[in-house]
Design a protein around this ligand. Structure first.
Ligand SMILES: *Cc1c(COP(=O)(O)O)cnc(C)c1O
Length: 346
């Protein structure tokens, strides 16, 4: 609880309201993110022969990457592990068999619109389809976001469902990325959730602290630090180079506001399918006050086949990690299997 007191409880919203009319800096950074493959190619001096295929892939699932993340990428290196996560490629049209639009069958687990309930004690709110970065391996690339709740009154059915299910004590905000919503909406949602007495924890699954660390500003910290619910923030870094100084500072701000920080990664061919890289990631996370939580096997979503690491090499990597690191820095290698009561070890 250390550090929560000064942000918490009474009198905390003043700072938020004082600046409420000014657009937060992260909004303009997000608006200025790179969306055009031609510009990406120019900025990073990438080989021209791969640009036409990139344009085609980006027409199916748009390119989106904040400039701060691009600054961490080495120009001229088409195989840079950070670039590869966001790079539209011709290979996206050539998946191996078994890749589909909704590999997790999430459609079948929507309790009410926008609320996915798969596990007994937790429920997940798909808060928005928007994100600050388009990861090419995203398993919700084709999620039917247009049917989603849009404003506070749209949450009413999900809130009513939660109020009627006392066995659920934790709500996950996911998306898209929940932190692409304005803090006014998030603060209102957090207040509505905190008013449901049996809820104890509020978990945010977000990549913004990594790809747009400016998002972790005073307005966010004000409501996150003030809620009755215990905040857990699960960030999403896949490679140690993503933990740049600005990202480490954003993590420190979240911790000072009282959040417990965890990381989930996806095991991705050509990005982090290497024991030294994964060990380096765990160590860098720990230095930033973040514990490694899950290492997810790739969900077989259409367009992501070029990231696949088969189960045997994945298990060998996990074994090597366990041999190199203290137990608390070894993430659990898991996958999501529709119909199971928890994520399943690979
Ligand atoms: C992953 C996931 C959760 C959270 O699972 P934990 O094991 O608690 O991290 C909850 N709901 C859904 C639908 C999920 O996919």
């Amino acid at each position: 609880m250390e550090g929560r007191g000064d942000l918490g409880k009474g009198g905390t919203l003043a700072g938020q309201c004082a600046g409420a009319s000014v657009e937060p800096a992260w909004r303009s950074l997000l608006a200025g993110a790179v969306r055009d493959p031609d510009e990406l190619w120019r900025l990073l001096a990438l080989p021209a022969d791969q640009l036409p295929a990139a344009r085609r892939a980006a027409a199916a699932f748009p390119l989106l990457v904040p400039r701060g993340f691009l600054a961490l990428i080495e120009p001229g290196r088409i195989d840079d592990p950070l670039l590869r996560q966001v790079l539209p490629l011709g290979a996206e049209g050539q998946d191996p068999p078994g890749f589909s639009a909704d590999p997790l069958h999430e459609d079948g687990f929507a309790a009410v619109p926008g609320l996915i309930r798969k596990y007994a004690s937790r429920a997940l709110l798909v808060t928005t389809g928007a994100c600050a970065v388009h990861c090419r391996y995203c398993f919700r690339r084709e999620f039917p976001y247009q049917g989603l709740p849009r404003g506070r009154r749209w949450w009413a059915p999900a809130l009513a469902w939660l109020a009627a299910h006392p066995e659920v004590d934790e709500v996950l905000l996911s998306g898209g990325d929940p932190l692409s919503l304005p803090d006014s909406q998030l603060a209102a949602l957090a207040a509505d959730l905190a008013a449901i007495p049996h809820l104890r924890r509020l978990r945010l699954h977000t990549r913004l602290p990594v790809v747009l660390p400016e998002r972790v500003d005073e307005r966010l910290l004000a409501w996150l630090g003030a809620t009755r619910l215990r905040p857990v923030v699960v960030i999403h870094a896949n490679h140690p180079r993503e933990l740049a100084p600005a990202v480490v500072a954003a993590c420190a701000r979240l911790r000072a506001a009282g959040a417990t920080l965890l990381n989930q990664s996806v095991l991705l061919a050509g990005v982090n399918d290497d024991a030294a890289v994964l060990a380096g990631l765990s160590l860098a996370l720990f230095d930033a006050g973040v514990l490694p939580y899950y290492l997810h096997a790739l969900d077989r979503v259409r367009g992501a086949g070029h990231f696949l690491v088969e189960d045997d090499p994945a298990r060998a990597l996990a074994a090597e990690l366990a041999a190199r690191l203290p137990g608390y820095l070894v993430p659990r290698l898991v996958r999501e299997e529709p119909g199971r009561p928890h994520k399943v070890p690979v």
